[in-house]
Design a protein around this ligand. Structure first.
Ligand code: UDP
Length: 321
């Protein structure tokens, strides 16, 4: 099977490429390296290009018949999406549509889409299952939800089968230590905390300690990147076996507070670092935890690295490599 991985040089995409190569797939990576790294692509054929350019897509699809497409090439910063919505709609929505149109034109029928918990907006109940109302509150979440809806229509009209995977908080690093998270600038909690632990950063700021949670800090559902990738693999296999389009919420089902992340990082690293208590970050719900039972029941997905110590341990090895 030959899989096109768009955004395969980025954090999650690079882990996915490694897994697909392990599972004996042929892989083509399309990435413009705007946020990814060439040396993170450890297998397959690499094509440097922007999926927004018609010529690039035409060449990639003409060169090869693909059995499936995975799409990781998104901008991911919620705050930036509020300041620069045009950038987010262009990249995350319109370029995705161009990719889908190329798939339809070349009769490629299987698509795995990286969606997000941000499509739900402020939770009305928790844990969040797939039926939870979709009420995104920023351009990042709205764009992802638009694509999910577009996929429903493309399935009905063109028979394009898609699995939408709503990530909660992707975290951790390759258990073998070869790959990890390299965002520039880094905005995610776990790598920032570990940068403080390693001394690359003077301190870490907690965005609000007055939430209605047991310790006052926000609770998130951290899911190991290797477990996320396994879910993509199971989802693609399901489509290959004739499965219908579907959507799955992917998390551990365990919430951890910002304080728990900090304490675990201290324990794992054995380092002390300074913590500053700051204002709330606009748009942060107090608690985001997934109900992933559907992925467990229908895909047979079982997160293997669910312990926060393991997630942070792998990320710490990457930080100190
Ligand atoms: N957070 C924090 N300090 C930081 C970065 C994040 O306190 O420097 C908090 C943030 O408010 C949220 C949690 O950590 O409650 C996870 O944030 P992150 O940006 O990693 O992921 P998100 O939940 O926004 O997808």
């Amino acid at each position: 099977m030959h899989v096109l991985v768009v955004g395969g040089a980025g954090y999650i995409g690079s882990h996915m490429v490694k897994l697909l190569c392990r599972r004996d797939c042929e892989v083509t990576v399309l990435d413009d390296l705007s946020a990814g790294y060439r040396d993170a692509v450890t297998g397959g054929r690499f094509v440097l290009g922007d999926l927004g350019e018609a010529r690039v897509l035409a060449e990639v699809f003409a060169a090869q018949r693909f059995d499936g497409v995975m799409h990781f090439a998104s901008h991911i910063q919620v705050g930036e999406s509020v300041r620069e919505p045009a950038k987010y709609y262009r990249n995350n929505v319109f370029k995705t549509q161009a990719l889908l149109d190329a798939m339809v034109a070349h009769q490629v029928r299987h698509f795995i889409f990286s969606s997000t918990a941000a499509i739900f907006g402020e939770p009305v109940r928790t844990p969040i299952d797939e039926a939870h109302p979709k009420n995104p509150i920023n351009p990042y979440g709205r764009g992802k939800w638009m694509v999910e809806q577009m996929l429903e229509d493309y399935d009905l009209a063109y028979g394009l089968k898609a699995v939408k995977l709503r990530y909660f908080n992707a975290a951790g690093a390759d258990p073998e230590g070869q790959l990890g998270e390299r965002h520039e600038p880094e905005t995610h909690l776990i790598p920032l905390v570990l940068q403080a632990a390693s001394g690359r950063r003077a301190n870490v700021t907690v965005f609000g300690a007055d939430y209605d949670t047991p310790d006052g800090t926000c609770i998130r559902d951290y899911i190991h990147v290797a477990d996320l990738c396994e879910a993509h693999w199971l989802a693609l296999r399901r489509l290959w076996e004739g499965g219908e389009s579907a959507a799955y919420n992917l998390g551990n089902g365990n919430g951890f507070s910002v304080r728990e992340v900090i304490e675990t990082a201290r324990a794992v690293s054995g380092r002390e670092f300074s913590v500053v208590y700051g204002e709330r970050r606009p748009g942060d719900p107090a608690r985001l935890v997934a109900d992933s039972r559907r992925a467990r029941d229908e895909l047979g997905w079982r997160p293997r690295h669910a312990a926060l110590e393991t997630i942070i341990g792998h990320a710490w090895r990457w930080e100190t490599r």
